[in-house]
Design a protein around this ligand. Structure first.
Ligand code: ZN
Length: 375
C-alpha cells in the first residue's frame, strides 16, 4: 500500500503502511500553529483489502467533539463522496474500508481544491452579469478573488457573501459554487429581481494559502483569519486587509460569512447580538431571515446553534461582528456541519456538496422573500 497527500489540499503523514489492517497515520499541524483536524489522502494498491486506517493523533486535534458520531468521506472518482465506517475511542480515529478500486481518497469533508476554485472564477467571469475582481495577494502569492454580480447604482443595496476563512471548512466553498451557479443563470427570475435591487459581491475563498496547504484553520503563517478583523495586517492577514478595504469602498447592507462547524450536526446561523450597535430592529431582521430560511429548506433549523453573545460581549475580531458594527448592517455567520444535518440525515453521504449548493439557493430565496424585512 502507498499513502500519499502531496497534492492540492492534501494532509497526512504516513508513519507505517506495512500492514493494511493497521495503517498508522498522523494529521499535520497548520503551519506556525497548533491547529489540526483536516485530513485528505490517497491510499493506493488497496483493491479488495480489508484496511484499517488509524489516525493516531486524532485525540489531540482541535475539536475532538468533532470525532464523536463522525464518519469520514471517501471517493473513487474525486467527484462523488460517500461516508465510510469510522470510530473514535477518545484517542485514535479509525477508518475501516474495503476498496472496490485500486485507489481510494479519504478526507475530513469533500475537498474543494484551488484548481477547482480557479475553474469556478474563470467560469463565472464569462457570465454577462459578472465581473471578476482581484483584490490583492496572499502571503504565498495567490490571488484574492472576488466576484461582483450586477452593477452598482444609486439606491441599489450592497450584499456581501464571504466564505472559507477557515480553509478546512470546504463546505463553505461548495456553498459558494452553488450560489455562483445560481447567479449566472439568466433565466432565473429570482436572480433577475435581486440584481435589479442589489449588487452582490462574493469572496468564494478567503484563505487560498491554507486551502492549498491542507490546513484546518489558519493561513500560511498561522493566522486565524476570523480573529483578525480588528487588527488585519499585511504581515499576518493580507487576505482580510484587502477584503475589508473593498467593503469600505462598496458599503454593506446585508451579508453572510460562511463556515463549517466540526461538532454540531446542524445548519444554523449565528447573529452579532453582542456588538455595541445591536438593537431591536437588527434582532427583528435576524429573526426574520432565519425563520424564512427555515421555512424554505428543511436542512436549516433555528433550535440548535451557538448561544447569543450578551450585550457588549461580542468579539470584534470576528468578521461578522466587525462588519455588522462598522457598517450597521445585518451580517450573519452561516454554519454547516461536517457530520450531517441530524433532522434530515442522509446515510450515504451525510452533509454533502450537493446539499451545500441547495442551501445556498435557499439562502438567496430567503433574501428575496424577506427583502423588505432585512435590508
Ligand atoms: Zn469557521
Amino acid at each position: 500500500m502507498i499513502i500519499s497527500s502531496q497534492f492540492d489540499g492534501g494532509n497526512i503523514e504516513c508513519l507505517d503502511a506495512s500492514d493494511p489492517a493497521n495503517v498508522q497515520l498522523h494529521i499535520r499541524k497548520d503551519n506556525e500553529s497548533d491547529f489540526f483536524q483536516w485530513f485528505y489522502f490517497r491510499a493506493a494498491n488497496v483493491m479488495d483489502l480489508d484496511c484499517r486506517y488509524v489516525i493516531a493523533n486524532a485525540g489531540a486535534a482541535a475539536y475532538t467533539g468533532g470525532w464523536q458520531d463522525y464518519r469520514a468521506v471517501a471517493s473513487y472518482d474525486r467527484e462523488f463522496w460517500f461516508r465510510v465506517d469510522t470510530s473514535f475511542d477518545g484517542d485514535k480515529l479509525v477508518i475501516e474500508h474495503n476498496s472496490s478500486e485500486d485507489q481510494v481518497y479519504f478526507a475530513y469533508f469533500a475537498p474543494y481544491s484551488m484548481e477547482r476554485h480557479a475553474d469556478l472564477i474563470a467560469f463565472a467571469q464569462t457570465s454577462e452579469h459578472c465581473q471578476a475582481l482581484t483584490l490583492g495577494e496572499t502571503l504565498d502569492g495567490q490571488a484574492m478573488d472576488c466576484l461582483r454580480f450586477g452593477e452598482p447604482a444609486a439606491g441599489r443595496k450592497v450584499i456581501w457573501f464571504v466564505a472559507r476563512q477557515h480553509p478546512g471548512e470546504t463546505m463553505a466553498e461548495w456553498w459558494m459554487e452553488g450560489m455562483i451557479n445560481r447567479l449566472v443563470d439568466h433565466s432565473d427570475p429570482v436572480v433577475t429581481e435581486m440584481l435589479k435591487k442589489a449588487v452582490i459581491y462574493l469572496v468564494p475563498n478567503m484563505n487560498p494559502d491554507g486551502s492549498r496547504r491542507g490546513h484546518l484553520r489558519t493561513n500560511a503563517v498561522g493566522s486565524n483569519l476570523n480573529r483578525e478583523w480588528d487588527k488585519a495586517s499585511a504581515d499576518k492577514s493580507p487576505e482580510v486587509l484587502c477584503v475589508q478595504e473593498m467593503i469600505r469602498q462598496t458599503g454593506l447592507d446585508f451579508g453572510l460569512d460562511v463556515h463549517g462547524d466540526e461538532t454540531l450536526p446542524y445548519n444554523f446561523i449565528a447573529g452579532t447580538e453582542g456588538i455595541p450597535g445591536w438593537n431591536a430592529d437588527r434582532q427583528q431582521q435576524l429573526d426574520s431571515y432565519k425563520q424564512t430560511l427555515a421555512r424554505l429548506n428543511p436542512d436549516f433549523q433555528t433550535e440548535h446553534g451557538y448561544p447569543a453573545n450578551r450585550p457588549g460581549n461580542a468579539n470584534l475580531s470576528y468578521c461578522s461582528n466587525s462588519l455588522a458594527q462598522e457598517h450597521g448592517a445585518l451580517m450573519m455567520t452561516l454554519e454547516m456541519p461536517f457530520k450531517d444535518a441530524s433532522d434530515t440525515p442522509d446515510n450515504l453521504q451525510g452533509w454533502s456538496p450537493e446539499r451545500c449548493a441547495k442551501l445556498a439557493h435557499s439562502c438567496l430565496d430567503a433574501l428575496h422573500l424577506s427583502w423588505d424585512q432585512v435590508t
